[in-house]
Design a protein around this ligand. Structure first.
Ligand code: SAM
Length: 250
């Protein structure tokens, strides 16, 4: 998978390539990240990338000329969907990340200032992608979110082949709780079933916790999911146990 990032701040984006899973994926040649800077496509002596907005108002707008030259140079070298990181785009979900992970290459365009000249959207952008309903100062963090979340899903990238499948959202549910040594932390014990060695019981407990965590923290996800009879029974069991433990505490 290749990511080609158009950004005024390539050093920001490079940070995601230098640590952890993305770095390992690059070393394994499962992923390649290349950055292109629109400033390198300016023709004036000041290397100007922004200008005042028509109609007045605050802020500056990223100019179309250097952006068009940068995008067209990149498109001549690489074929791929051009995704503009934007608060106005389709909100990113794990399902969307999974669909991006099927692409051989993505070109990620990072805006700055008030954003890019609207005509770039009409001429060159295949889709807009938002990482949430809030406004960032630039698209670089969004590009890094995409690079990280997509890389995790590429075959062979995660150490354990199953680990992405058990993450939150993979099955439309949140992940179950995790514990590691020591067994006792300030009076709090690891659930006994996790130490039982009974794999079927552990799998059942984890599924029940996934259903329970989603019910408690993200009921909106649960409302979208068709639960099997077995899952509904597990959730009922969790709710019963939760009710009893809440009554004990209060
Ligand atoms: N004036 C724009 C608006 O309100 O829609 C916001 C511009 S923002 C200050 C500058 C750049 O940050 C955008 O062009 C975009 O690339 C990026 N950005 C901001 N918020 C984002 C978000 N939630 N998701 C993805 N990119 C975002």
């Amino acid at each position: 998978m290749q990511f080609v990032v158009l950004t005024l701040f390539p050093e920001l984006v490079q940070a995601v390539t230098q640590h952890g899973i993305v770095r390992r994926a690059i070393e394994q040649q499962a992923v390649k990240v290349s950055c292109y800077n629109p400033r390198d496509y300016t023709l004036d002596v000041h290397r100007t990338v922004d200008d005042r907005p028509y109609g007045g108002g605050p802020g500056m707008v990223m100019k179309s000329d250097c952006l068009l030259r940068a995008i067209r140079d990149v498109r001549q070298q690489y074929q791929g969907r051009l995704v503009y990181l934007s608060p106005q785009g389709e909100p990113l979900t794990q399902a969307k990340v999974q669909s991006f992970a099927q692409e051989p290459r993505l070109i990620l365009l990072c805006g700055r200032y008030e954003g890019i000249d609207e005509r770039i959207l009409q001429l060159e952008v295949d889709e807009e992608c938002s990482i949430g309903d809030y406004v960032l100062s630039g698209g670089e963090l969004g590009a890094m979110v995409l690079i990280d979340s997509i890389t995790r899903l590429l075959p062979g990238v995660l150490g354990h082949e199953d680990s992405a499948e058990q993450d939150s959202f993979a099955e439309g549910l949140l992940d179950c709780p995790h514990y590691t040594r020591p067994e006792l932390v300030e009076g709090l014990e690891v659930p006994a079933v996790l130490k039982s060695g009974n794999h079927a019981a552990i799998a059942r407990w984890r599924k029940k916790q996934m259903l329970g965590a989603t019910w408690l923290k993200r009921p909106d996800l649960l409302a979208k999911k068709d639960l099997s009879a077995a899952e509904q029974a597990l959730l009922n069991e969790f709710r019963q146990e939760y009710k009893v433990s809440s009554e004990v505490i209060s």
